[in-house]
Design a protein around this ligand. Structure first.
Ligand code: ISL
Length: 585
């Protein structure tokens, strides 16, 4: 991790195209909308964009079900709009990373339509087909094994025409590819990745990057929840036997396709759950698989593993250990990691890890920014995070649109009833954890019913999903740009600071927790790359004043960054949600 790379130092801004900016007034964000907002992104000071899927899709899972890898979904614009976005972003000094969704495609993709057309189709084996294990007394086919879909229910979908099941680890319209066949892998690399590399993208965020290699024979998963007929497939699909081989092959394809470019492309895999040895192998420079990965240890604190949306309280210590497991495994190795608190699958970080009440929203959002900029790794900001956006409060269940939530809601309704205690508990979990909290339209102003999300107002057209009403309370770009003390301006300063002190903030090594057990204070030290400088971070994750100890009473501590005025700072007391970074001398 000692070698400098552009992608290690980059601040990557994640864009959810459906909800960023709607340039033509049809209620959906689009690619010309992103191009139009490049000046805003420059002002914030980000170096790269990761744009979520904008490819042709029936949108069962918001574009993670792709029916044509080489075509832009018409609501998002044309291919030419995309090439123009890439050109203009590059001209503005911003790199473009796109989503590579290749565990599955859409059931509408030509490859799957051909595969499902008959048992003897030339592409039959491109997907994972199995006969029923048998039939129930009333004639219902029984799935080949007990695997549960990540969205709930069986991971197998029955196909009436050919009387077989196909595997789909996610929604019904997301058939898993059969990665065992080399012709399938080649077709995927060429169409999903090669096409966009040829059009100048700078890298990929690789979706579900740990799931491609399934265990031979597809055996039943271990029963972890006896009350459920379906079980989490676990190691049968995660980080399977050939996964590292596949990644090496794919990376070799990328390298070959981009040979001769001045800047190497970079990749960030979504790996989620994996042991330490696996995390290191995926991301080691020497192994040449992926540049870095997203691990979920810190976002999954308190989240139930068998019943989605069941949130349990967790301690700050548990969260610190989650942060360590997600980001710090690369410490003093030739691996590299990410640093992120939000994405399109997660609720808003202020609500979940800070305090989103009016009194503490801004200061706790800034505290989370300090934590992110102080950690070693490539930094990610999810759209709206720079405004301190909060969850959608007061939504009813029918306002949510996410297929993950809807599938789970229907399962609970069927199993326990619509008015059951379980449903009430589920609704509480959704209010905290739904993926839709991060998917609402970006609030550009406090004006218009849609916060100026659409450039043109067409009568009768509403955004594709409800607004987060918080835009009326100052959480919008226009108001925050005007206020020098806003969360936006704080992020801007924090990203600049990270560049100025990159030897310790971006590349620093030797992270150590200080007073790990402390229930309110998140404190750590780390060293600059050359070992000459020491940083001490003291962050108060509570809404009360807290005295803080120092790791070394004899050293001098010089504060150089904080989310309150440093002049009025009390030497040994942190105010509510206050964070300070010090150099130790
Ligand atoms: O969303 C999740 C938890 O909130 C995860 O289980 C998620 O489904 C998993 O991390 C895979 O996510 C990716 O692939 C999915 C897609 O729905 C997600 O948006 C994407 O990030 C299927 O393509």
């Amino acid at each position: 991790s000692a070698v400098d790379k552009w992608w290690k130092e980059a601040a990557v801004y994640q864009i959810y195209p459906a909800s960023f900016y709607d340039s033509n007034g049809d209620g959906w964000g689009d690619l010309p909308g992103i191009t139009a907002k490049l000046p805003y992104l420059r002002q914030l000071g980000v170096d790269a964009l990761w744009i979520c899927p904008f490819y042709d899709s029936p949108q069962q899972d918001m574009g993670y079900d792709i029916s044509d890898y080489e075509k832009v979904w018409p609501r998002y614009g044309t291919n030419e709009d995309c090439y123009q976005l890439i050109r203009e972003a590059h001209a503005a000094g911003i790199r473009v990373v796109v989503d590579l969704v290749i565990n599955h495609c859409s059931s509408e993709h030509a490859w799957f339509r051909e595969s499902r057309s008959s048992k003897t189709s030339a592409k039959r084996d491109w997907f994972i087909w199995r006969p029923a294990k048998g039939f129930t007394a009333d004639g219902k086919p029984i799935p080949p094994n007990n695997w549960q879909s990540f969205f709930g229910g069986s991971a197998w979908e029955w196909d009436e025409r050919t009387q077989e099941f196909y595997l789909r680890l996610f929604a019904s319209g997301q058939p898993d590819f059969n990665w065992e066949l080399s012709e399938v892998r080649k077709a995927i690399y060429e169409s999903a990745a090669g096409f966009w590399l040829d059009h100048g993208v700078d890298g990929f965020r690789i979706d579900t990057a740990g799931l491609y290699s399934k265990i031979g024979g597809l055996p039943d998963a271990e029963v972890r929840d006896a009350t459920n007929e379906h079980q989490h497939p676990g190691h049968n699909t995660q980080n399977g036997p050939r996964i590292h081989e596949f990644h090496k092959e794919m990376r070799a394809f990328f390298d070959k396709r981009t040979a001769g470019r001045a800047n190497e492309i970079f990749t960030v895999g979504e790996v989620g759950r994996c042991d330490l040895a696996g995390l290191l192998q995926y991301t080691s420079e020497q192994e040449r698989e992926m540049s870095q990965l997203f691990n979920f240890a810190h976002t999954e604190c308190g989240v139930g593993t068998h019943l989605r949306y069941h949130a349990q309280p967790f301690t700050l210590k548990e969260w610190k250990l989650g942060i360590a497991a997600s980001f710090l495994f690369a410490n003093r190795t030739d691996s590299w990691s990410t640093v992120y608190l939000e994405n399109h699958d997660q609720p808003r970080s202020v609500t979940r890890f800070g305090d989103d009440s009016p009194a503490w929203r801004q200061v706790s959002a800034k505290l989370l920014a300090i934590l992110e900029v102080a950690l070693t790794g490539t930094l990610y900001v999810y759209q709206g995070q720079e405004l301190g956006q909060i969850n959608n409060h007061g939504w009813t269940l029918d306002q949510y649109q996410d297929v993950d939530m809807i599938t789970n809601r229907d399962i609970i309704a069927k199993r326990y009833g619509k008015n059951s205690v379980e449903m009430a508990k589920f609704a509480q979990g959704v209010a905290l954890l739904s993926r839709d909290h991060s998917r609402t339209p970006f609030p550009w102003t406090s004006r218009e019913p849609d916060a100026s999300f659409s450039a043109v107002c067409q009568s009768g057209v509403k955004p594709w999903i409800s607004m987060n009403d918080s835009f009326r309370d100052g959480i919008n770009a226009e108001d925050e740009l005007k206020d020098p003390n806003s969360v936006f301006h704080f992020w801007r300063a924090a990203l600049r600071l990270r560049k100025q002190h990159k030897d310790i903030l971006v590349y620093g090594q030797g992270f150590e927790f200080f007073d790990l057990d402390n229930p309110d204070l998140f404190m750590f030290t780390k060293k600059s790359r050359d070992g000459a400088k020491t940083l001490f971070a003291a962050l108060n994750f509570s809404s009360e004043d807290r005295e803080f100890p120092l790791p070394d009473e004899d050293a001098a501590y010089k504060a150089f960054f904080g989310n309150y005025d440093l002049e009025s700072a009390q030497e040994r007391t942190l105010r509510p949600w206050e964070g300070r970074l010090f150099y130790v001398e």
